[in-house]
Design a protein around this ligand. Structure first.
Ligand SMILES: [Ca+2]
Length: 68
């Protein structure tokens, strides 16, 4: 009685977001991300999701596509 179709829609949007990038990342990318942390410039390679700022969202994508 407490569930509805609205919840299912929200979940599927989040999944499509996390599989958007097929690039893999390693320690050198991580160091670059730390160097650029919270910078908001265009063309930053560590701005993985391309939203114009380097933050935890980019770190999340990097961690879920990690490769040694
Ligand atoms: Ca970003």
């Amino acid at each position: 009685m407490f569930y509805g179709s609205g919840l299912d829609v929200e979940v599927s949007i989040e999944i499509s977001f996390s599989v958007a990038s097929s690039t893999t990342y390693s320690i050198s990318n991580f160091i670059q991300l730390v160097t650029d942390w919270l910078k908001s410039e265009s063309g930053l390679t560590s701005d993985v999701n391309g939203d114009g700022v380097v933050n935890t969202r980019d770190l999340e994508i990097m961690m879920s596509n990690w490769s040694d």
